[in-house]
Design a protein around this ligand. Structure first.
Ligand SMILES: Cc1cc2nc3c(=O)[nH]c(=O)nc-3n(C[C@H](O)[C@H](O)[C@H](O)COP(=O)(O)OP(=O)(O)OC[C@H]3O[C@@H](n4cnc5c(N)ncnc54)[C@H](O)[C@@H]3O)c2cc1C
Length: 491
């Protein structure tokens, strides 16, 4: 049987594996994290902490606890602008067909009923009128919000079903792939134990699916074969995590959970958008070891008084600059430097007035993350902040109160996307039998499309292995040795 290495078992890897369970190929899965049912819970859920420690915790770092474990909001609509670019790769109907499989799978495996958020005609008329008057463009989406509290059960149940159907699958948990290189037309995977290194091993595979997410994107660029891939520079989103009262946004939250509203800045012409709304949610640190970003999540049952969401400005660069990731990481590091190692928080009123925030005592909005008060204006480019303020002023026309002085702004909320890798409709790269899926391919930006890319690659490999003719049985010409009563017995 031919062999396949699946590197990374996050959102995209899990759905690739779903397709490959029981297929005519031996699959070996490598993930730095522990088995799904042994993954540790957030220290707040364990009752060890009340709020996130801004600097130390790595629970919400990309990797073990990315979006299919944390918040777990899934965009279910095939949109040309939301959640990734698979619409351009495979078209609307194929994207929607796969997103429907993702929806069905998640709902089947959820321990509780999760409502699908689907705006009706009255909601659409309501938002389109208000968005137009505010100078914003609304993009339709249906979504599921599973919640951080349901995520472990859903992922574990999906994986258990895969394991039951897949005697062809072998897992290497707690295993970091150190190196992936080509050996002729095959792939060599060098791996070691993640936490207790010192036992490096290597294996050869016929196929490889790389699904290392944004957290593994830098590792990918360091592999020898990377320069043979056909790539285009990725984009970055520089933004702010806004935390405000959930009462300011409750009308849109009730109708849409998260309305996708895009805005073009009058001053800079930059496109500004909202992302990852968490009504009743919590702001969290996202620890990348060398720098700490902010993110947000919410649970299905336990709710805060606040709503948090990101406002992001997308930037792409042209020659001679080639390292947008470095640009966004540098901004993040300057913010961390000013904050003594973690995120900064500033009141919107103080940012407008050009002064640092010194204290949040008596502020209308109580933060759900303890961050250092300061001046984001000292770290962020002016054009980014000007565009974000313009966006909030426009949003205030739909959600009155959002752009008030006491609204909190957390930084850095930077998202850097890897280079966009040219792939076929099954996510196969220009290197034959090498598939790159999910956020590490840069075709996806969220759980919905990441899982879809996994389904595409899994189906692609399955089709290839099914088309390989079965090995011919060579007739034995040598006469068989006659077994006599004197033959030695085993045992
Ligand atoms: C805190 C947080 C919250 C988010 N919330 C949402 C949300 O609610 N909704 C949404 O749509 N998106 C959300 N996102 C984005 C979402 O997580 C990603 O778009 C999605 O997970 C991408 O899937 P992926 O499979 O490409 O990568 P991931 O899900 O990140 O999986 C990558 C996997 O690869 C493994 N890995 C990496 N490198 C190696 C290596 N060298 N060897 C072995 N294994 C390796 C990691 O352990 C990980 O399991 C969130 C992201 C973060 C960080």
């Amino acid at each position: 049987m031919q062999k396949l290495a699946l590197i990374g078992l996050g959102a995209s890897g899990l759905f690739a594996l779903k397709e490959l369970a029981g297929a005519n190929v031996e699959v070996e899965v490598f993930d730095v994290g522990p088995q799904y049912d042994k993954r540790y819970a957030c220290p707040i859920d364990q009752g060890k902490l009340e709020v996130c420690p801004p600097k130390a915790c790595s629970y919400c770092a990309p990797g073990q606890s990315a979006g299919s474990w944390n918040d777990f909001k899934v965009i279910l609509s095939a949109s040309p602008v939301i959640g990734g670019r698979l619409y351009d790769l495979i078209g609307e109907s194929e994207l929607q067909r796969n997103l429907d499989i993702v929806r069905k799978t998640i709902l089947e495996h959820s321990p509780v009923e999760i409502p699908v958020v689907k705006p009706d005609q009255e909601d659409l008329d309501w938002i389109r009128q208000r968005a137009t008057l505010a100078g914003m463009t609304y993009h339709f989406q249906e979504l599921l919000h599973c919640g951080s509290d349901n995520a472990p059960a859903i992922n574990t149940s999906i994986l258990n079903e895969i394991t039951d159907k897949g005697p062809n699958i072998k897992f290497h948990w707690n295993s970091k792939v150190l190196k992936l290189d080509r050996q002729g037309d095959k792939f060599r995977v060098l791996h070691d134990h993640y936490r207790k290194p010192g036992n490096e091993q290597s294996d050869i595979f016929d196929y490889c699916i790389v699904s290392v997410g944004r957290g593994g994107a830098h590792w990918l660029t360091q592999q020898e074969f990377y320069k043979s891939l056909d790539t285009n520079p990725g984009q970055v989103d520089i933004g702010i995590r806004v935390e405000t009262s959930k009462y300011f946004t409750q009308e849109v939250d009730k109708r849409f959970y998260e309305p996708k509203l895009y805005y073009v800045s009058k001053h800079t012409n930059d496109v500004v958008r909202n992302f990852c709304s968490n009504p009743g949610g919590y702001v969290t640190p996202e620890n990348h070891r060398e720098y700490v970003l902010v993110n947000g999540h919410s649970k299905m049952f336990e709710k805060s008084e606040n709503n948090n969401f990101a406002v992001l400005v997308s930037k792409t660069f042209t020659r001679p600059f080639k390292d947008p990731q470095m640009y966004s990481q540098t901004i993040a590091k300057v913010v961390n430097m000013l904050a003594g190692g973690g995120p900064l928080v500033q009141k919107l009123g103080d940012l407008r007035a050009g002064r640092r925030t010194k204290s949040l005592t008596n502020n209308l909005i109580k933060p759900t993350l303890e961050a250092e008060c300061g001046d984001i204006g000292l770290a962020y480019p002016h054009r980014i902040l000007a565009s974000i303020i313009e966006y909030l002023d426009a949003l205030d026309k739909i959600c009155p109160g959002v752009a008030g002085d006491s609204t909190l702004l957390f930084a850095p909320e930077c998202k850097s996307y890897p280079d966009s890798i040219t792939v076929s409709k099954t996510m196969e790269t220009n290197i034959e039998n090498l598939y790159i899926i999910g956020d590490s391919s840069s075709w996806t930006r969220g759980v919905g499309q990441a899982t879809t890319s996994g389904l595409l690659a899994g189906a692609g490999v399955k089709k290839k292995v099914a088309s390989i003719p079965a090995p011919q049985v060579v007739p034995i010409t040598k006469p068989l040795t006659k077994v006599t009563n004197n033959s030695p017995k085993s045992g």
